[in-house]
Write a protein that binds this ligand. Structure first.
Ligand SMILES: [Fe+2]
Length: 316
């Protein structure tokens, strides 16, 4: 390996967790992003005004850990108003794919580069930090993010307020099984939560400057305490994660036409054939995704009628 250029670390972890536990187990981190100009409410409100509407999702923060996706209460404000009044709006909001803004992309990449270097790599690519995406969360006091999972690895950095972030160990699939994982990825991310899961949870109590590493598809739920909160998910997808995700999506489409499939890994040869076919088809339709209206149609065709749940009632 070439010598690694030293940079001030933006993210640090105790007990050598960045080498010992990464990327297979969750662990606490500290970061230096508090006070960054891109992570203040006025700048986030400006971002909300710029983003396409289908990259903003928000609803009431008064939801259950085990929340029925069809019964999520809405908030009757526009996205910019939600950010500006977040102390009192009773809302939960996520701004998605913020890496499409060059300033935010630089912030995400610089942060991950410091982690890459701490792990002995000279570039994001060498460290496996591919397809970097960012998600900004703004929530009112006493809000809950229901139990769900995400199909990427994530350094979750907390910027303002107080938050409880609970991650469940699902390595043996006894909490969320393979079918539920597929459904969470392709239909609605919310999962059923039962109090009996609690002993397998690890709670990270986050204040400004804290955070945690969330491994691929480890289910979690989050609640804020008595202050409004700002957090950011810095995510990436390794080559292996992209392979697994493509297989899950294709399996879901096949299930939709009455052909349920084994989860990825059970039949490697068949996985390889499915992957080649799926990637051939998706490469053909990729140019269509530059239009928001076409993205909506494609989600509907690929994932079913609930795929656009967070746009309901909106004329786009
Ligand atoms: Fe999440």
């Amino acid at each position: 390996m070439n010598s690694v250029t030293a940079v001030a670390p933006v993210i640090t972890a105790a007990n050598d967790a960045l080498r010992r536990d990464f990327p297979s187990k969750p662990f606490a981190i500290r970061h230096k992003l508090v006070g960054h100009p891109l992570l203040t409410l006025p700048r986030i409100a400006a971002l909300a005004a710029e983003l396409p509407r289908d990259l903003i999702e928000y609803n009431s923060g008064k939801v259950a850990i085990s929340q029925d996706p069809d019964a999520i209460p809405s908030v009757d404000l526009d996205p910019v108003e939600v950010v500006k009044s977040i102390e009192t709006a009773g809302a939960w909001m996520v701004l998605k794919r913020i890496e499409n803004s060059p300033e935010y992309r630089k912030l995400l990449e610089d942060t991950l580069l410091s982690v890459a270097r701490a792990r002995g790599f000279n570039s994001l690519l060498d460290a496996g930090f591919e397809q970097v995406e960012g998600f900004l969360f703004v929530s009112s006091p006493n809000s809950t993010t229901p139990f769900h999972l995400d199909s990427e690895d994530n350094f979750f950095v907390h910027i303002h307020g107080e938050k409880f972030f609970t991650i469940l160990d699902n390595t043996d699939r006894s909490i969320v099984d393979d079918d539920e994982i597929e459904r969470s990825m392709t239909k609605h991310r919310n999962l059923k939560y039962d109090e009996s899961f609690a002993p397998r949870g690890k709670e990270f109590h986050l204040f400004e400057g804290d955070g945690c590493y969330v491994p691929y598809q480890w289910p979690h739920w989050v609640r804020t305490a008595g202050f409004y909160s700002i957090s950011m998910a810095i995510t990436w997808k390794t080559r292996e994660v992209r392979r697994l995700n493509d297989l899950h999506f294709f399996n879901s489409m096949l299930r939709g036409i009455g052909l349920p499939q084994q989860p990825p890994g059970k039949r490697p040869v068949r996985d390889a054939l499915k992957l080649a076919f799926y990637r051939g088809v998706t490469a053909t339709i990729k140019p269509l995704r530059s239009s928001m209206a076409m993205r909506r149609v494609l989600r509907r065709v690929a994932l079913g009628k609930r795929a656009n749940y967070y746009l309901k009632g909106r004329e786009l």
